[in-house]
Design a protein around this ligand. Structure first.
Ligand code: NAP
Length: 194
């Protein structure tokens, strides 16, 4: 039997995508021997308002990942109407990649929220979960089947989207926190009060 493909599914609002996300994806891909990582910008985030348009977040993600052949971007969440639930994301991707093992990667807090969601039992059959966190971030993940979630500390995740947005609003530089093309996209499209 040929070995199954191993595909990372990097879920996030990416408002904006930053270098911490890119380092996290690269670290997980290396640690878990993933063939590729599919970045999936959220369509309408769960319990969140006031985010940039899905199209802006999608395009920034495309710009940020363009130079890495191992990174791809999927529109599944932004093209599906309604609020984004991870169970729907993974069900759709499982149909697109029936022969692959999926590894859903996201922030540890986001994974805790997904687990707290009502349809959670369905997700364990769809993917393995990888919770990435910044150093010193203590988190108690709710109950999950044995081995269903891996955790990985990523120092570069001290960068956060909230901080990037705040810096733009205050006229501070964001060079080297986000890829150059994302700095230019934010400025060109006047995002975050730039
Ligand atoms: P969030 O609550 O905005 O993020 C929580 C924390 O995780 C933040 O510190 C955030 O930092 C970080 N984070 C988010 N995505 C990350 C990623 N891919 N890699 C590393 N750190 C990440 O989370 P969100 O962005 O709205 O949602 C993340 C994913 O979980 C999405 O795919 C979303 O659809 C899914 N989700 C699903 C449900 C559900 O099914 N009920 C509920 C919540 C989230 P930054 O702000 O710097 O990214």
């Amino acid at each position: 039997m040929p070995e199954k493909r191993r595909i990372g599914v990097m879920g996030g609002t990416f408002d904006p995508i930053h270098n911490g996300h890119l380092v996290a994806a690269s670290e997980v891909a290396s640690a878990l021997s993933l063939e590729e990582v599919l970045f999936v910008p959220t369509g309408k985030p769960w319990q969140k308002q006031e985010v940039s348009s899905a199209e802006d977040r999608y395009l920034m993600t495309v710009v940020a990942t363009a130079s890495n052949p191992q990174f791809k971007v999927s529109r599944v969440d932004i093209d599906r109407p309604g609020i984004t639930y991870t169970v729907d994301t993974l069900t759709e991707l499982k149909e697109q990649f029936p022969d692959a093992d999926l590894f859903f990667i996201s922030g540890a807090d986001a994974i805790a929220q997904i687990i707290a969601w009502k349809d959670v039992d369905a997700v364990w059959d769809l993917a393995h979960f990888v919770a990435v966190s910044r150093p010193g971030h203590k988190l108690k993940l709710p109950k999950a089947p044995n081995g269903a979630i891996s955790e990985l500390e990523v120092p570069a995740l001290s960068i956060s989207s909230t901080d990037v947005r705040k810096r733009v609003g205050e006229g501070k530089p964001i060079w080297y926190l986000v890829p150059d093309g994302v700095v230019q996209y934010i400025s060109k499209h006047h995002l975050y009060g730039s």
